[in-house]
Ligand binder design. Structure first.
Ligand code: GUN
Length: 313
């Protein structure tokens, strides 16, 4: 039986609707959450992501402003901008879009963001809160992965979870969230021995590697839930054929655009997995939905009100 497709677009829309209702309730009390996005230079992928983030703010009723320092901006100029945003009361969330230009000290810039406004959850204070199960701001993509699992009624407690990738943005926080939800978690990376064998232990397999279609059927236990965090652009024809030979719809897009978006999971995995997130339309839409959630959460926390985490269903 082919895998159940976990519809990230639908789950993200549900969350955006819930956040919009929350924003409307806050408006009645005279509060409008605000997000500042900092986009340095002209990275084309970052420009697309930032456009999506600003548009989402408009849709849920969050105030937003975009700051676009030039590619030549220095670390100290960015620090001054972040400090100004830290000081402004109408700004609840600050998001510095990554990657920053190579000459900028990214860790110093991210560390300068007030942890109470750190809607990306990248500041070491929020990393520490997550690791010690204190309330704080949780990175958006990992939080989105958990929402997909919870809202799809996929059991987590007591399950074997394997996370492939140990990045600060996805792999490590996802592993922490799954651990906090009582899964038995293994984190794999480029030095892991017998990666397919370790992955086959997983009831929940999270792929966050950044290599198109690397996870083939031999990595997956039949019936497992597979969460694909990868977003890879494939423009090489042989690579395209390895992934999508015989898929007329994909062939059409590939021919029209010269490329297609592929996750870290090979499409053949849908024949063995129990449930799987598609790319596009899986984890991707959750990232922006959880950013909206975090902005509202920051606005409430800064005003001293408790925000319950989503209960999940
Ligand atoms: N670049 C790629 N993913 C992200 C993200 O989640 N947040 C930020 N700020 N930059 C990114």
């Amino acid at each position: 039986m082919p895998a159940t497709i976990l519809d990230g677009t639908k789950i993200a829309n549900d969350i955006r609707g819930e956040v919009a209702a929350e924003v409307a309730a806050m408006a009645a009390a005279g509060v409008r959450p605000g997000l500042a996005v900092v986009l340095v230079g002209h990275n084309p992928a970052s420009e697309i992501y930032v456009r999506g983030k600003v548009k989402a703010c408009e849709e849920v009723g969050v105030y937003s402003e975009k700051h676009t320092p030039s590619e030549a901006a220095t670390t100290s100029e960015l620090l001054r901008l972040v400090e100004d945003l830290n000081r402004r009361d109408e700004i609840d969330g600050i998001l510095v879009q990554l990657p920053l230009p190579a000459h900028v000290d990214s860790k110093t810039v991210l560390m300068a963001v007030d942890p109470a406004k750190d809607v990306d959850g990248f500041h070491p204070v929020n990393v520490g809160f997550l690791s010690t199960q204190r309330p704080g701001l949780v990175p958006c993509t990992p939080a989105g992965v958990m929402e997909i699992l919870k809202r799809s009624n996929i059991a987590i407690a007591g399950q074997e979870a394997v996370v492939i990738g140990r990045s600060d943005i996805v792999g490590k926080p996802v592993a922490m969230l799954l651990t906090n939800a009582n899964a038995t978690v293994t984190v794999c990376h480029s030095k892991t021995h017998d990666l397919p064998g370790v992955c086959r232990r997983a009831d929940i397999l999270v792929a966050a590697i950044g290599r198109a279609g690397m996870i083939t059927r031999e990595f997956v236990k039949p019936g497992a839930t597979v969460i694909d965090v990868g977003m890879n652009k494939v423009s090489d024809l042989p690579e395209f054929q390895r992934l999508f030979a015989g898929n007329a719809k994909r062939e059409e897009t590939f021919r029209a655009r010269g490329s297609t978006l592929v996750g870290d999971v090979h499409p053949e995995v849908a024949e063995v997995a129990g449930a799987i997130t598609p790319v596009p339309g899986g984890v991707g839409p959750l990232t922006i939905a959880m950013l909206m959630f975090n902005t509202v959460k920051a606005a409430k926390m800064r005003r001293g009100s408790n925000v319950p985490e989503f209960a999940g269903k």
